[in-house]
Design a protein around this ligand. Structure first.
Ligand code: 5GP
Length: 318
């Protein structure tokens, strides 16, 4: 296994040789490409960029420097991964040493991503970073949307994730701000391509999902990130990123919740009934959450959520 890493790389062998006249230019280009890859490796080694961020860039732009990096050199640039660990990881990932980040399939990318997350979590780096990730959930119509809109408009240092959904926009909603409104086919594509951190069918009707790469980038940039999603979504995110903190938004009372649900008037009777049933089941999940905030006044509830995101208590450990 180990000797394989020393073999000439298949990618390079397959590449056609340039005509003589182009050789000098090609060799200059090769040197420039090597330098660019070295710069990315240095960014990873010095902690300026996370390996996950580099992997995401490689996936989004197959022509990028990141995409041209071999998985082997990528892994070796990560502090605490030496030749031996890299070899073991490549074996575990069942990847050929000639693989480049941009040439990975969906499953290979997913497996590599999981390995990186796992390592970061053990090194403690992830603990700090992912403690910046918060989920705001709660029963339907409790006012999660209003509270998160208030946070978006008044607390610019909080990065609020914009979900994709297959439902149609409501009056006043803007594509790209409230949601990314997509067709069923586009949602399918996002799931297949692994672009969503989690996705769920909500109220047995439409599909909703959290785009992964804006969150990875915001966390890598050291920002606080808030997801306003449903309870199934909260559970899924915590499964993938166990250090995520979950905040449950509660109504002042059940009667008030019913009043808010009926008062919104955007759903027909059958839909309202369905949402009330969902709300009851959702309220029962509150003890799974780390924090509870009662939404009596929107500005106060928003302030409380932001305070929780800033609080030292949200960051376990020394
Ligand atoms: P609405 O259609 O009323 O905007 O949202 C319906 C429900 O979907 C809300 O409970 C909201 O929190 C949830 N939701 C919005 N975005 C997402 C998402 O990306 N993932 C999940 N799991 N739920 C979401």
């Amino acid at each position: 296994m180990q000797t394989n890493w020393r073999l000439p790389l298949v990618d390079d062998q397959k590449r056609p040789k340039p005509p003589d006249v182009d050789r000098a230019a090609a060799s200059r280009a090769a040197v420039a490409a090597r330098r660019a890859r070295a710069a990315v490796k240095k960014q990873i080694a010095t902690g300026q960029r996370t390996p996950l961020d580099v992997l995401d860039t490689a996936r989004q732009d197959r022509e990028s420097v990141e995409a041209r990096m071999r998985v082997t050199e990528f892994l070796l640039s990560i502090p605490a991964i030496g030749e031996k660990k890299m070899t073991g990881l490549m074996h575990h990932l069942n990847m050929s040493p000639s693989k480049r980040l941009g040439g990975l399939g969906r499953h290979q990318t997913e497996n590599l991503r999981n390995v990186l997350r796992e390592r970061a979590s053990h090194s403690g780096v992830r603990g700090r970073r992912h403690n910046r990730l918060f989920v705001l959930a709660g029963p339907t119509a409790v006012g999660k949307g209003t509270v998160s809109t208030h946070i978006r408009e008044n607390y610019p240092d909080v990065f609020l994730s914009v979900s994709a959904t297959t439902r149609a926009p409501r009056p006043g909603e803007t594509d790209g701000i409230n949601y990314i409104f997509v067709s069923d086919a586009e949602f399918d594509r996002m799931v297949t391509e692994g672009e969503l951190l989690e996705s769920a069918t909500v109220h047995n009707a439409y599909r909703y999902g959290t785009p992964r790469s804006p969150i990875d980038s915001a966390l890598a940039a050291g920002r606080k990130v808030l997801l306003e999603i449903d309870i199934q979504g909260a559970r899924s995110v915590r499964q993938v990123m166990p250090d995520t903190r979950l905040i449950f938004l509660l109504p002042p009372s059940w009667d008030e919740l019913v009043r808010r649900l009926i008062g919104r008037g955007t759903e027909d009777d059958a839909e309202q009934q369905r949402r009330l049933e969902t709300a009851k089941a959702e309220l029962a999940a509150q003890d799974e959450f780390d924090f509870k905030v009662i939404n009596t006044d929107v500005a106060e509830a928003a302030q409380e959520v932001v305070d929780l995101m800033d609080a030292r208590t949200a960051v376990p450990g020394p």
